[in-house]
Design a protein around this ligand. Structure first.
Ligand SMILES: Cc1cc2nc3c(=O)[nH]c(=O)nc-3n(C[C@H](O)[C@H](O)[C@H](O)COP(=O)(O)O)c2cc1C
Length: 405
């Protein structure tokens, strides 16, 4: 039978979703003082109790060296989860997301070389290998074996904090050029020890990290706690290939078979994207190597109920990003058969209605931002500047890209 958006879904470890739409993690640029939640962060998430049946919160960095990333000027607004002081405010976020019976999942990450705020402050920025990347305006330092072991422990500690804070799950951010991907990529990992070289060695960081997180969950989490892994299916930098689909499917196969993950989440610009080499979708490639129990999430340019329904031809669950910024009840309206009421454009009024933090308004009101919010011309006058430093240059499977004004 054809999948419907309003179907209930059960994850293999017991977590239950009321329907098939989840909110994609999106940085809100609302943090304070190296990773602390602000009132604007809380207001934004409080407005998202009906945004989707599971909201994956924006990426929180797990080690002091793991962020802030993608800062838009000299600010440090990415959220962190690298010590207990960061817990303040996060429980409130989970509770408000759970208020209508939906779930809160925390995305945990280490930015590696993308910790650009550190770079601009003259602090050490780490990467698997000390390469002089032409697209960075700061140097990177190679991680030692001890550093790597510590970061793996930091992922486990962040997962423990998410459990203590009442979250329903955690998602390991293995996509979008952050540390897991930097290790997996031949382009950025030139190591000759057990963390680099062969496919097995380049997978090791992702595998050991997932092991540490799943062991923590087994030991401390309640029944049904969700664990997912986000991956970019390919990494291509012009003529340089970090990895292609044949390798990312091997990583997914290993993770799913070894750790009984609840879901794999494929990061794409469009939910039915394909590799350059043929017209089989990334989602189809992933399905071929996954068991029947782990769910597949696709993301990318789902702006309407019709898009979301079409995306179900490729996956079990559909993640929606920007559309939930414009309408914080995107998923709830579809579930209640009120899809004709979905607001599909941004406007100054909708910024208020949707409780968008100033930082995210600043990003989407710059003409250089990709991808865009429809109706963005109406908010250009709200732009406060601060985006004159390039924050990231991405490959083909990037998710967002703010370039120089
Ligand atoms: C402003 C913005 C912030 C984002 N922050 C994150 C993030 O914190 N973690 C992540 O995995 N992806 C992040 N993404 C990628 C989104 O999760 C999603 O993949 C992307 O927006 C495409 O989905 P959409 O077309 O529905 O917006 C971000 C995207 C945008 C536009």
């Amino acid at each position: 039978m054809e999948k419907q958006l309003t179907d209930k879904v059960q994850f293999r470890n017991g977590g239950e979703l009321n329907y098939r739409i989840v909110q994609a993690p999106m940085q809100t640029w609302s943090g304070l003082d190296r990773g602390r939640v602000s009132q604007a962060t809380k207001d934004y998430y409080a407005r998202r109790a009906n945004s989707a049946t599971m909201v994956i919160t924006e990426y929180c960095y797990v080690s002091e060296s793991g962020g802030p990333a993608r800062t838009t000027s000299t600010t440090d607004q990415q959220l962190g989860m690298f010590d207990d002081a960061h817990k303040e405010g996060f429980a409130e976020i989970a509770e408000s997301l759970q208020k209508e019976g939906n779930l809160a999942v925390m995305q945990i990450a280490h930015a590696g070389r993308e910790a650009n705020y550190r770079g601009r402050q003259g602090e050490t920025v780490y990467d698997p290998s000390a390469i002089d990347f032409s697209f960075l305006d700061y140097p990177v330092t190679e991680l030692s074996n001890d550093d790597i072991e510590q970061i793996i422990q930091d992922f486990a500690d962040a997962a423990k904090r998410a459990i203590d804070l009442g979250y329903d799950g955690v998602e390991i951010h293995g996509a979008n050029h952050y540390l897991q991907q930097q290790f997996f990529s031949k382009f950025s990992n030139k190591r000759t020890d057990k963390w680099g070289g062969s496919l097995e060695n380049r997978m090791r960081f992702a595998v050991e990290d997932t092991r540490a997180v799943t062991d923590t969950i087994k030991e401390h989490a309640p029944e049904g706690f969700i664990v997912g892994y986000r991956i970019s299916p390919e990494e291509i930098h012009g003529s340089n290939e970090g990895y292609l689909i044949d390798e990312s499917t091997q990583l997914v196969k290993t993770l799913v078979e070894t750790f009984a993950l609840d879901y794999i989440y494929v990061s794409m610009a469009k939910y039915n994207d394909t590799p350059a080499k043929d017209d089989k979708t990334y989602a189809e490639y992933m399905c071929e190597v996954m068991d029947d129990e782990t769910k597949l999430i696709v993301v990318g340019n789902v702006m309407s109920e019709a898009d979301a329904q079409d995306a179900l031809n490729y996956a079990d669950l559909v993640a929606v990003g920007r559309a939930t910024l414009m309408d914080p009840e995107f998923g709830g309206k579809i579930q209640a058969d009120r899809e004709d009421e979905i607001i599909q454009e941004i406007s100054p009024e909708q910024i208020e209605e949707s409780k968008l933090p100033d930082g995210i308004v600043n990003v989407f009101s710059t003409p250089a931002m990709q991808p865009i919010l429809p109706g963005r011309e109406s908010i250009y006058h709200l732009h406060k500047g601060g985006l004159n430093e390039s924050t990231i240059k991405d490959g083909t499977t990037s998710s967002y890209n703010i370039v120089e004004e």
